[in-house]
Design a protein around this ligand. Sequence first.
Ligand SMILES: *Cc1c(COP(=O)(O)O)cnc(C)c1O
Length: 429
Amino acid sequence: MNKNQPIDLNFDKAHIWHPYTSMIDPLPVYPVTHTDKNRIFLETGESLIDGMASWWSALHGYNHPKLVKAMTEQASQMSHVMFGGITHAPAVNLCKKLVEITPEPLQRVFLADSGSVSVEVAIKMALQYWLSQGHHSKNKLMTAKKGYHGDTFAAMSVCDPVNSMHSMYQGFLPEHIFVDAPKSKFGEEQNDAELVALENTFKQHHNELAAFIIEPIVQNAGGMNFYNAKYLKKLRELCDEYDVLLILDEIATGFGRTGKMFACEHADIAPDILCIGKALTGGCMTLSATLTTDKVALGISQGEAKVLMHGPTFMGNPLACATAVASLELLEDTDWHGNVTRLYNAMQDLHRCESFEAVKEVRTLGAIGVVELLDVVDVAKIQKFFIEKGLWIRPFGKLIYIMPPYITSNEDIAQLIDGIYQAIEQKAY
Ligand SMILES: *Cc1c(COP(=O)(O)O)cnc(C)c1O
């Protein structure tokens, strides 16, 4: 394709939906021609320091030669072949690696095509498991408010009820049980009353519960809430005690972002079912996986259906799997932990934003930095300001946050932080 061919913004505006965007009065979109390392290049000539890693996914930055090589070699050999009755090296190699790097009890891998789908699969696994054990009443989920698990219907039914407008879909969405969002902060004291309340909800509802689903340690799109590892530990204990499966959604937190390979390692626990996605292919293409234990996998197959009732067309897509293998090799071969620690240290400078009255809180964990304001930002206005500073940061609600690629230099982090500081100082939101 010709890099110089103009991008038709008028057509875009008239015909194309962007995420969560009005068709009548759409937010501006910026035409991008290419990317490189941690830079995004606009058609209008600007180059932007990327603060978003394309929504948690581009860990190694863009166009990493190893990933490009994996993609081009795999594309020329076999982009796709059906997974029913067929297997191939990219899928086998990827699943081997996933079994190896995830907590020990997780041994069985289902490859799906996006994060939301992996959540659908996780929920199906939990429901089918209890059905096959003859527990027909265990068909509800419990979760915490402020969660985000994706935009498909089952996933949406466990997202924060207010953020995802459950009222609008009443009668269409299954109704689940919500506990308050975890309140005790990461690294601080765990409030005991909170754990007692959680236990009481388990006592009351366990007979109808198939699973508890939550994002471990960091609730992401539902509010960037960093919560206490003891909460997660307690959750594991309660799930064991009351015979409820624990589904951890590590689609955003997985692959080192919080300073551990998987965020559940902060609490030293393993889930019964794990969802991963986003950074799985290093941000190159869509792929997700749902992993589970022998107990759940074999339990499902003891049931009436004998099989898990799911099988997407592009399951185990070789191109995506080969890219994921290369991305995981890169993680192994680079000092991701050192980089995440370096970014964490560099991000401490974000705390100077606390001097503004408009700021409610600044928090950092792993390679994530969040400035929570008291008021909702005007996304179009602040984004324009950031672009003028050569930065790509996309706030939502009251949150200005960054989770840059791990390769980002300290100088670039300093620029991202400066940009955020100035945006608040100059009320550019
Ligand atoms: C992004 C995300 C999803 C949904 O993934 P998609 O690939 O967008 O479908 C689910 N859970 C969490 C925690 C996420 O961050």
